[in-house]
Design a protein. Structure first.
Length: 179
């Protein structure tokens, strides 16, 4: 798991994992956990002497939450306001094109399939030609496109959670080695 070095107001330096932020504001000093909700771990001191203990508690809670909760998804959940087709996120179309070897145009949906850690994969779902196009074929193709996207999102979420838990395991091992 990525960490960053933070120097607090008292001059102490800490290696802080992702999802934990430092809060130093007037009478509030502590570490805020931001994973599956927020929680403040106070230093319980004005001079910052309790910062190390508070960070240890925040890190322990972070590791606990990562073990229980799915990783936060960075996938878009709703279509953008500019999308005029009314189709779900990741599905575009119908796209009409005429191939060089054909005399009739065909129609399909373009589906963006997210993959964790790499670029999305594009897939085309065939609807029909201008001679065979029907509302039923359109609805069947749309259902298939939605199913493909949903399966890809589930796989993305599983991979993201697995990666986050692997990072947490490495952080836990590093913390044990440092102790």
């Amino acid at each position: 798991m990525k960490t960053r070095d933070i120097v607090i107001f008292s001059g102490q330096q800490f290696a802080v994992p992702q999802c934990i932020q430092r809060i130093d504001h007037q009478s509030t000093h502590g570490w805020q956990l931001r994973y599956g909700g927020t929680k403040l771990f106070s230093d319980h001191s004005q001079d910052g002497s309790g910062a190390a203990a508070a960070l240890a508690l925040a890190t322990k809670e972070l590791l606990s939450r990562i073990a229980k909760l799915p990783a936060p998804s960075r996938l878009q959940r709703r279509p953008s306001g500019n999308k005029g087709s009314g189709l779900p996120v990741g599905i575009s179309g119908p796209i009409v094109r005429q191939r060089a070897s054909s005399r009739v145009r065909d129609c399909s949906f373009a589906v963006s399939l997210p993959r964790f850690g790499s670029t999305p994969h594009g897939r085309s779902v065939y609807i029909g030609t201008e001679n065979t196009y029907t509302v039923e074929k359109y609805q069947a193709a749309l259902a298939k496109a939605v199913e493909l996207r949903a399966k890809a999102e589930e796989a993305y979420q599983r991979a993201a959670t697995k990666a986050k838990r692997s990072e947490a395991k490495a952080l836990k091992a590093a913390l044990k080695a440092a102790a």
